[in-house]
Design a binder for this molecule. Structure first.
Ligand SMILES: C[S@@+](CC[C@H](N)C(=O)[O-])C[C@H]1O[C@@H](n2cnc3c(N)ncnc32)[C@H](O)[C@@H]1O
Length: 185
């Protein structure tokens, strides 16, 4: 991530709109169940709200610095350092998984597909995967200057998530972003 993203994701503003606007929209009609996996938690804008909605939260994060920060800041979650494409969890551990603005940070579309397959693997049958993403635009490209940005195209998502094993896939657009909901039957 670049300095702008580091600052923005750790800001009170981002946490506020994540809690008040983006999570309620992403989780509309979705029960997270007992144990939610937060993929790519960053500084934790979504973590406390997820902890209010599920009995148990495990936050996976690639960056060691973010893991340390998260561990000291949010008591409600158990923090694990790791890679979304090779999840360090047993199969069928979680009732739900969520990735907020994370997929475009994975280094290739192959890595994204591996993450989809890994999320499917660690979900229990009946588990739900939810993701929030941004569209590809000049603005999002500028915001990711000197950062990783592998845009996820909504057009191919259904096929990619199906290939990972998911069913009942729904993609909904809104104001330059989109939400994804997919089920492990
Ligand atoms: C734009 S931030 C979003 C953070 C948080 N979800 C939020 O909404 O504030 C993307 C996060 O994904 C993390 N990330 C990047 N690659 C990852 C990977 N392979 N596995 C897990 N997390 C990763 C980054 O370290 C960063 O914290």
């Amino acid at each position: 991530m670049n300095s702008f993203e580091n600052w923005f994701c750790a800001s009170g503003f981002w946490r506020y709109i994540t809690e008040r606007k983006w999570l309620p929209w992403a989780l509309e009609g979705t029960d997270l169940g007992e144990h939610v996996l937060e993929v790519g938690a960053g500084p934790g804008a979504a973590t406390a709200e997820l902890a209010r909605r599920a009995r148990s939260v495990t936050s996976l994060e690639y960056s060691h610095d973010f893991c340390v920060r998260l561990q000291t800041k949010v008591n409600a979650a158990s923090v694990v350092q790791g890679d979304a494409s090779v999840l360090p969890f047993a199969s069928q551990t979680f009732t739900s998984a969520i990735a907020v603005l994370v997929l475009h940070h994975l280094r290739s579309s192959d890595a994204q597909d591996r993450a989809f397959a890994e999320v499917f693997r660690v979900l229990k049958p009946g588990g739900i995967f939810v993701a929030l993403e941004i569209q590809d635009s000049w603005l999002t490209r500028v915001a990711h200057f000197r950062s990783t940005f592998v845009p996820v195209l909504t057009g191919g998502l259904n096929v990619r998530l199906c290939a990972a094993g998911f069913s009942n896939i729904r993609v909904t657009n809104r104001n330059g972003g989109f939400r994804v909901r997919a089920e492990r039957i």
